[in-house]
Design a protein around this ligand. Structure first.
Ligand SMILES: C[S@@+](CC[C@H](N)C(=O)[O-])C[C@H]1O[C@@H](n2cnc3c(N)ncnc32)[C@H](O)[C@@H]1O
Length: 277
């Protein structure tokens, strides 16, 4: 693995996905690209990196970028954001949207779908309070393989054991082969779309709730700032933003602020909101 080939791949990863790779991450690059090199019948990762530098097909570049992403996700991940959504964010929005009776929720960097399906379960479980409402859950990721899995709604035994209570498993899933299939009711609530966070939020419209969790952590400061600014512009004035537990807006955004006492929950800065109003 010569340095120019490695440096070229680091540049590609940063430009295309925002992922920051340093020389210290060479072990990670080797581990994650090894299966791609094998599938391409190349001698190893150094040959794959050399091929990427000498002009590889777009599909191969994309596979390598995708192989570097961390797709870890599970149902009701970290618990607290979903409790905050249920007990605070949604009740407030339901009261505020009585005229339009519509809600738009964006789950950005949704990976294999556990996060948007968790949100869909919560909305369904609110029952009569949302009866007749127009609810959109838009779930996006830049990785086609994870979106394909998300759309299928099929999870294995290990995946459904992570975060789902036995009651929710019984209520919202049906056995499917050796795994489980999410109910059509939930599947119909979520629109999965391909979207790269580095490409802005055009076409997303105004969102009442945005989940953008466990992805900013991989980006450098400039990309974090850029994405937070775009999320700010896409949020309704009284909208809510959930970030991951290791993520923050501190030192990165003056237009988004933490909600006091609600770890991981953010809103438009009230100074900015007052100015717009
Ligand atoms: C660790 S998963 C987080 C999944 C989910 N949000 C959660 O917290 O469980 C990170 C996801 O971000 C996606 N991702 C990485 N860079 C991205 C980008 N620039 N645009 C859109 N998605 C991206 C990856 O494909 C991956 O599926």
């Amino acid at each position: 693995m010569t340095d120019p080939d490695y440096d070229n791949f680091c540049r590609l990863a940063r430009e295309r996905s925002g992922l920051v790779l340093t020389p210290a991450k060479a072990y990670l690059v080797s581990g994650r690209l090894e299966p791609v090199a094998r599938a391409e019948k190349l001698a190893g990762v150094p040959e794959l990196l050399a091929r990427l530098r000498s002009g590889a097909p777009e599909a191969l570049i994309q596979r390598c970028i995708d192989a570097m992403a961390t797709h870890e996700s599970y149902f009701f991940r970290d618990g607290t954001p979903f409790e905050q959504l249920t007990t605070s964010v949604l009740p407030t929005l339901i009261a505020a949207r009585q005229n339009t009776r519509s809600l738009r929720i964006w789950c950005a960097a949704c990976s294999s779908g556990q996060e948007p399906y968790s949100i869909a379960m919560i909305l369904q479980e609110m029952g009569a309070r949302l009866a007749g409402w127009k609810i959109e859950i838009i779930a996006t990721d830049m990785s086609e393989p994870v979106l394909t899995k998300a759309r299928s709604g099929i999870y294995n035994e290990f995946e459904v054991k992570r975060g789902l209570s036995p009651e929710r498993l019984a209520r919202w899933f049906k056995p499917q082969g050796t795994g489980w299939q999410v109910s059509p009711v939930l599947q119909q609530m979520v629109q999965f779309r391909s979207h790269n966070l580095l490409k802005g939020t055009t076409g997303m419209g105004v969102l009442d709730v945005i989940f953008c969790r466990n992805v900013l952590i991989y980006f450098d400061v400039d990309h974090k700032r850029q994405i937070l600014e775009q999320l700010h512009r896409a949020m309704a004035n009284d909208g809510s933003l959930f970030l991951g537990s290791a993520e923050t807006v501190m030192g990165l955004s003056q237009t988004i602020e933490p909600v006091t006492g609600m770890r991981g929950l953010y809103r438009r800065s009230q100074v900015g909101v007052a100015r717009v109003a």
